[in-house]
Write a protein that binds this ligand. Structure first.
Ligand SMILES: Cc1cc2nc3c(=O)[nH]c(=O)nc-3n(C[C@H](O)[C@H](O)[C@H](O)COP(=O)(O)O)c2cc1C
Length: 200
């Protein structure tokens, strides 16, 4: 299966980069292939133009979809699964990735009548975060992330969905090094098993 990785981290020097690399190693170990959009590296434009806004907000439905957006949509429709890999910024995806959804999830492709986006076998959200899982559950941020990333952004556009947080990865805590090996192993396994349904 081909997996489309949407990767959003501004620096090569990051733990998130290692998560990405191990996920890819896992994919390859299971015989999967991948294509990738490295959003910062490709300088993907993430603010909507006025014309794009008017199209999406039902003012000017006939406006055309920009070529860079169509290129992303073609990557989706040529793949069997999609994986988003990013660091948590202010309890959400980085603006670079939020803007990707704003622009790529267009009317007629990802929503509205006669959607042309194919339903993917699986959608995975792999997110590194400085805080701990205990904090995310206690504050309700875990539930909020699941609602937004899985129930809203992925929704029925994928058959199965999975959100994994690699927690405690802030450089200012010893947890980062303590969790490192198990996080990287988990990223590898997620890649290796990405053809399988999520475990509830
Ligand atoms: C602007 C910014 C906002 C962040 N917001 C959060 C946050 O809301 N919750 C959290 O757990 N970590 C937050 N972090 C920490 C990142 O998720 C952290 O950098 C990442 O998990 C691991 O770092 P690395 O991949 O850059 O090495 C934030 C970091 C930055 C730079």
């Amino acid at each position: 299966m081909q997996v489309f990785i949407v990767y959003a981290h501004p620096s090569e020097e990051s733990f998130t980069r290692h998560i990405r690399d191990h996920f890819i190693k896992g994919l390859e170990s299971a015989g999967h292939s991948y294509i990738e959009s490295d959003l910062y590296k490709m300088n993907f434009r993430t603010d909507m133009s006025e014309t794009e806004y008017l199209r999406e907000a039902y003012y000017k439905r006939e406006a055309s979809v920009p070529a860079d957006v169509i290129a992303e949509q073609e990557k989706i429709n040529s793949s069997g699964a999609i994986a988003f890999i990013f660091p948590l910024f202010w309890s959400d995806a980085p603006a670079k990735l939020v803007g990707w959804f704003d622009r790529v999830w267009t009317y007629g492709f990802a929503y509205g009548e006669n959607r042309t986006m194919k339903q993917l076998e699986k959608g995975m959200v792999l997110c590194s975060a400085g805080n701990t899982m205990e904090y995310f559950h206690r504050t309700g941020i875990m539930g909020a992330l699941e609602k937004v990333m899985l129930d809203d952004r992925l929704f029925d556009r994928v058959k199965t969905r999975e959100l994994v947080i690699f927690d405690g990865t802030s450089r200012e805590t010893p947890l980062r090094e303590q969790n490192r090996a198990s996080h990287l192993e988990r990223a590898f396994q997620l890649g290796a098993q990405c053809g399988l349904p999520s475990i509830p």
